[in-house]
Design a binder for this molecule. Sequence first.
Ligand code: 4UW
Length: 527
Amino acid sequence: MFQSPYPSIDVPDQSIYDYLFASLGDDDLDRVALVDPSSGAETTYRALRAQVDAFAGALAARGVDTDTVVAMLCPNVPAFATVFHGILRLGAAITTVNSLYTAREIENQLRDASATWLVTVSPLLAQAKAAADAAGIADDHVIVLDGADGHPDLRSLLTEGRTPPEVSFDPATHVAVLPYSSGTTGVPKGVMLSHRNLVANVHQCRSVIEISPDDRVLAVLPFFHIYGMTVLLNLALRQRATLVTMPRFDLMEFLRVVQEHRCTFLFIAPPIAVALAKHPAVDQFDLSSVHSVFSGAAPLDGETAETAGRRIGARFFQGYGMSELSPVSHAIPAGSGFPVSSVGVLIPGCDAKLVDPETGAELEQHGDDGLTAPGEIWVRGPNVMLGYLNRPDATAETLDADGFLHTGDIGVHHVDGYFTIVDRLKELIKYHGYQIAPAELEALLLSHPKIQDAAVIGVRGDDGEEIPKAFVVAAPDAGLTAEDVMAFVAGQVAPHKKVRRVEFIDVVPKSTSGKILRKDLRAREAV
Ligand code: 4UW
């Protein structure tokens, strides 16, 4: 077993609200917590806490309590922090929805999570309302932050000036958030993360990812995804840094905001590292304020990161995690000198095993190259999820009796203490850091009247990025084209889930028990 090189930590026995806001000192209150570059509006920590309390009070007055699940369909705007922490303060649970989701995808999540409230913004109201109507959520439970007829809005809720009630729950067992993840297999499932999971992961990260109160942290990674949620909305706010919010990624706008707001710390996914390394526009901006860039959510090419780092004069780091780990388990510590192609060390409080997927044997010996053989990474720690919502079987397949979470990722360990991710065992596909569950696309493909069978795997696109490819068995004489298949899927899913390549085959390879033999399809791609 491998252990974190850091001393063990005591996770405070608190709600995430108390951990972030009850601990605010007098010196922190007038610091700027959030900046909205579109208006220049700033929110101090004092104002943020007051808004969180007022929002919690207004929702409590409408019956939201520790049994309520609230869905959030909202891009990165400063009010996200108010709503998110206001709901958590009441002990209600939040399920965050990808803001690019279609009505169908939103409805699925609302239903699966049993959400009875939805918070959104007016540009997303059409799909939000269609989904809410279908899931039986009435308009007075659909809050439109910037206002829409017939819906509560943020300003009116805050100006009620209510005080939130005292609530009590056990931070160790009470669900705080329900992000959705497909885990190692199947369709997306609600990942039950407790208050303790969220508090733990921030507490664990604080000594490794060194954000200071003087940092201006760019918040372009979405708050609805676990990476942005924990590292930006929780860790950066706990460190009393300033978050500069961006509702969507656009390279020119990204560069302009970094320059104008003198951002110091960037959290990115690998495609942004590629742009920083290669795009000509980067030289037209003054990015000298940036000292650190952290990449995660998908494999980062070491050379690309080094080129980008030299070009903008910043240190590049990498972290690794997954929704089920709240999400961080590994990160490169500042000053460690570990290669940026690695994911660094186990954060405090985490243990890990590397397990040979064929034999189940634990891999611990380092070879002459300083590396172990590749094995599946299993992680244990206070950040490991409670389980999947209403899915005891999937939970049991992922979380073992000793408390280890089987990540489905293949890594190696270096004798100096760092890990490198080398492959993925599970079905999951990542497009620009976002999850795609092959099982979800396969079910959708099978709903097409001219498709008899289908299987989806991740392949490398022309630019080396992972993309989903569908293998389709068409009905005889169907006259179905690859374009038809792609258009059929594109009409029903968020853009990142689009099928980007199609191959027609005679039969989908399956095991005797009917499971798709994805490795056979992968082998077919390799030749
Ligand atoms: N290299 C290769 C990586 C890497 C990776 C993740 O959508 P989820 O559930 O969660 C995430 C979390 C990303 C993240 C967490 C904490 C952190 O510090 C950081 O970087 C600073 C990023 O994406 O997807 C989880 C899956 O994404 C893949 C891997 O397959 C994992 O199981 N993944 N990070 N550095 N692959």
